[in-house]
Write a protein that binds this ligand. Structure first.
Ligand SMILES: Cc1cc2nc3c(=O)[nH]c(=O)nc-3n(C[C@H](O)[C@H](O)[C@H](O)COP(=O)(O)O)c2cc1C
Length: 179
């Protein structure tokens, strides 16, 4: 029997609260997809440092966990028209993979992975600033843009609307869907 370890998606949650709207939307997805979740809110990942003095924090262990998967789900609320600070710090640290010689193989390992985006805000759409930050970063790193889901939480967390949207979101994941 072939191992399915590398076929399961992994989700990266970057929010100022683990159990908030974005966490709740991700939980609906986890009910449909067999996947791991990394909560950046509890990981010790510090902002990008040109001198790489923070190379011993949890960025590399978290990244290594992510690199074991082909489908990466990035979940972030919209904070001030773009991604959360937690997610931005993580994305900034991807620059380590471009500048530290011993990490460049990890940067190359991101190529070809499918990157999916999950978001919530109090608007019907996440907005151009939010979407472009993800799309252009994925493109720069050679990653493929996968599925997209956004939930408008202007009237609180609408579970029913979330279930409906998640149904469409998970449809592209094929065999990793829970039955
Ligand atoms: C610091 C901050 C900035 C926000 N900026 C925006 C924004 O620019 N546009 C928007 O529609 N909602 C904005 N919101 C609302 C959040 O996107 C929305 O409540 C989201 O569902 C929160 O998700 P969370 O519970 O995972 O934090 C902001 C909320 C916070 C706390």
């Amino acid at each position: 029997m072939p191992s399915t370890k590398y076929l399961r998606p992994i989700a990266v949650l970057g929010s100022s609260r683990s159990q908030g709207n974005t966490g709740a939307l991700l939980k609906l997805i986890a009910g449909k997809l067999d996947m791991d979740v990394i909560d950046l809110g509890v990981a010790d990942i510090t902002p990008f440092d040109y001198e790489h003095r923070n190379i011993g924090d949890e960025f590399i262990p978290v990244l290594d966990q992510i690199l074991q998967h082909d489908d990466l789900i990035f979940a972030s609320p919209v904070y001030w028209y773009t991604m959360s600070a937690q997610m931005k710090i993580f994305f900034d640290r991807l620059s380590d993979l471009l500048s530290v010689e011993t990490l460049k193989n990890r940067g190359r390992a991101l190529r070809g992975k499918r990157a999916h985006v999950v978001s919530t805000s109090v608007s019907p759409e996440a907005g151009v600033g939010f979407d472009e930050a993800f799309e252009k970063t994925f493109s720069y790193l050679g990653m493929e843009l996968g599925s997209r889901v956004h939930l408008d939480c202007s009237r609180g967390f609408d579970r029913e609307a979330g279930v409906q949207l998640v149904q469409e979101f998970v449809a592209s994941f094929g065999s990793t869907q829970r039955v």
